[in-house]
Write a protein that binds this ligand. Structure first.
Ligand SMILES: *Cc1c(COP(=O)(O)O)cnc(C)c1O
Length: 238
């Protein structure tokens, strides 16, 4: 595919995704502006990822620190807001934060929370984060169980260089997205509870992927993380 063809394909897919997002917002009587599309570029080359900002997609996500560095270094001039959405090793935080991620979605342990706070202090940042909740309770998934999260209160109260803005979750893959609704609802309800108990606004809920984003929007997602539905088949382009 030429670059022009790739751009046309992305434009076409974005148009279809946009109407699905708008329809889900309408069903939930939410404003379209409440939902941010984060394009997950982990499977594609820098060349494909670089086409997205010009098409209006400025929020890009990577799940691995190395992929994040590489892409952030390859396109420093495009005004991208980078989202870190996957498990972070503590020895990689220094280099990750150097690139000033817009949001870290995947804080999945107390040790990571403490290490991030220390590194954000070192780099004099006020870094927005989300706590990852394993609401589908799959053993192979990272994140705190919904029961553990309220017990993080003291740790969260100690933060000076991290700003906790909400929760993130990944639903279990299900051919019937409707069955993910309970997971999303549980995370939204957990957020309501924490808002009261922790007196924090917690405005953000990162939930919904290619398979289930419409249900996630109906249940209150403010960030949806889309890879496959936007970038499938472009893995080897460029
Ligand atoms: C890969 C990935 C996504 C995107 O998943 P798709 O099903 O391809 O849309 C979203 N969130 C996380 C954490 C991911 O690793």
């Amino acid at each position: 595919m030429t670059e022009a063809e790739t751009r046309e394909l992305l434009k076409h897919r974005l148009g279809r995704i946009e109407s699905r997002i708008a329809a889900a917002c309408a069903r939930a009587t939410r404003a379209r502006s409440e939902v941010t599309l984060v394009a997950v570029t982990k499977t594609v080359t820098d060349r494909v990822a670089r086409l997205l900002p010009a098409l209006g997609v400025l929020d890009l996500g990577e799940n691995r620190p190395q992929g994040f560095w590489r892409k952030a270094e390859a396109m420093p001039e495009l005004g991208v807001r980078w989202h870190l959405i996957g498990h972070l090793q503590r020895n990689k935080l220094d280099r990750c934060l150097t690139h000033r991620p817009a949001l870290v979605h995947s804080v999945d342990s107390v040790r990571l929370l403490q290490a991030l706070e220390a590194e954000a202090k070192e780099q004099s940042l006020s870094l927005p984060i989300l706590i990852e909740v394993n609401a589908s309770r799959e053993e192979n998934k990272q994140g705190f169980s919904p029961e553990e999260v309220p017990r993080l209160r003291e740790e969260v109260a100690k933060l000076r260089h991290l700003r906790l803005e909400g929760l993130m979750t990944m639903a279990a893959y299900d051919a019937e997205p409707e069955r993910c609704r309970g997971t999303f609802r549980e995370v939204r309800e957990l957020r309501e509870r924490l808002r009261g108990e922790w007196s924090l606004p917690l405005p953000r809920l990162s939930m919904g992927m290619s398979n289930d984003f419409e249900v996630a929007i109906e249940e209150g997602a403010t960030l949806i993380r889309l890879g496959t539905v936007l970038l499938e088949g472009l893995e080897n382009e460029g």
